[in-house]
Structures are given as structure tokens and as C-alpha cells.
Design a protein around this ligand. Sequence first.
Ligand SMILES: [Zn+2]
Ligand SMILES: [Zn+2]
Length: 163
Amino acid sequence: MNEKSDLIFELIDLPPEGVRIHGRISFAELDIAEETRFSFPNELDYDLLLAPCGGNNVLLRGKLRSVISIICDRCDQSGELVLTADDVCHTYEDAFGKVLDLTPDIREDILITFPQKFLCRADCLGLCVHCGQNLNEGSCDCAAKAASSDTNPWSGLDELQLS
Ligand SMILES: [Zn+2]
Ligand SMILES: [Zn+2]
């Protein structure tokens, strides 16, 4: 056996080159709950290699990936966010002959990839604070109006006189 998919198993033996562990797990199984700003339409993919690393110890390396749904913190539109952890690395000491549960470490590794802010894209322009226009879709003239009234406090009066 040099491939498996479960994250909880009794470690009896390992070939020197290790065993590849790959599969999917739901966020519910990882005990990560959805919140208003994000939800999980997909499972988490894991692709790991568990190999002996001296004595009774084993080394787990590999990567995690999932695509989650988010509501952008700036523009309130829904979007997708790719979560990846490319440097999963854990050692388990004295692991042979015991039940190994990789789930808590996988959970932690993906949780730290959650950003502080959820953005539909890194350069999301957000909404105009004055009129609510989504500035990713086009500009409004609020900024121009504010600028012109800043430079000329009488511009409002001029318009009145003209009309
Ligand atoms: Zn956005
Ligand atoms: Zn505006």
C-alpha cells in the first residue's frame, strides 16, 4: 500500500519512500463553520506525503487547496477565493503502532490561509461612500464634484445665478 485517502489511520508500517495521502474532506468534517462573509461550496483537497524520518518518527509534507465563496468586504459582491497551503509540514514522534489523526493539523493549516479581509480581487475599488456606485463597474462623479467644490467654494452659487 503506497496510496491512501483517510486522514485517521493506525500507522503499522511505512515504505522508506513514504505513502501518498490524497483526497478530499468537507469543511464540516474539519469543524470549520460557514459565516456570513464566506461559505464552502467545495471540499478541501489534500495531497500529502507521509514518510519515515528516523526512529519512530514520521514527517508529513504536502499541500492543501480549496475554492471558497466570499462576500467582498469592499464592494459587497460575491466572489471566489482560492485558498492554498503549499508548505504543510508536521512531524509526529513515536508514531508507529499508534492511531494517527492528521485532521487537527490540516484544519489549522487551512485556517491560517483565511485572509483578514475578503476581497473579490486584490485591487477591488469598493463602493462610493456617497452614492453607493460599485467603482469596479464604473466611476461616479462624486469625487469630481467634491474636488470642484473644494477648489471653488462659490461654484454652488454660480450655478444658482445661472439658472
Ligand atoms: Zn470587491
Ligand atoms: Zn459616487
